[in-house]
Ligand binder design. Sequence first.
Ligand code: SAM
Length: 257
Amino acid sequence: MKRSPARPTSVDAPHFHGRRKGRRLRPGRQALVDGFLPRLRIELPQEEGCLEPRALFDRPVRDVWLEVGFGAGEHFVSQVEAHRDVGFIGCEPFMNGVAAALSEVKVRQLDNVRIVDDDARPVLAALEDASVGRVFVLFSDPWPKSRHNERRFIGSSTVDALARILKDGGQLCFASDHMGYVRWALEHVTADGRWSWTARQPAYWRCRPDDWFPTRYEAKARARGAACVYLRFERKSRIDGGSSERKSLVCSGTRVI
Ligand SMILES: C[S@@+](CC[C@H](N)C(=O)[O-])C[C@H]1O[C@@H](n2cnc3c(N)ncnc32)[C@H](O)[C@@H]1O
């Protein structure tokens, strides 16, 4: 694995506010956690910015994609199966969700997957610059009370880390049914200057893109009649600039949404 010098972390030692455990796992699921998960789990290196993700897979992969908070893994496992030539890293601290995803990975005999059963932020900090092609953050916890907004996964430090690890032209895929979080994500990402929002017309954010799969939280939102918004941002080229300019896009974005 290629090593690079230690860098100061872009994400300060994070405190995870979510749930790690739910109901006691059934014996079959517990056996997967005890016996199968250790084979897929990534141990993060001590140094930051030195994890070359393609080296995590037993065979060559053309790219590496990451999903943050995959829940029970519906979208994650479908992507893994649909793109067998891509290596996937899934991060999810809620062990019941991890166990459900492990079960599908095993049944579908998928070998292009690695799991971090923990907070995704140290994973972002560990990854090499420009080493990931796509990151999904789907129906991430909205933390609706204003005093909790800073707990949202999308924030200036994670947007900074994502801009560092994504390749030029790489994608950040975000979905939510919470309009406060949608505006927040638009504001944080577009304020960073290294991203383009790919939407050209309302259908771009009102309909789930064809190459994303449904998730459990999306289904719950739709069942109660909530609208879902899908945002796809592209990491600008490092050569053509895209380092610090602020975009006015967010203003039109928040107005239309
Ligand atoms: C509302 S659920 C959505 C799950 C799934 N994406 C879906 O749409 O069904 C949000 C998930 O993100 C996970 N999560 C929250 N903070 C996280 C973090 N810092 N790193 C990784 N996952 C996180 C939670 O454990 C939870 O399973």
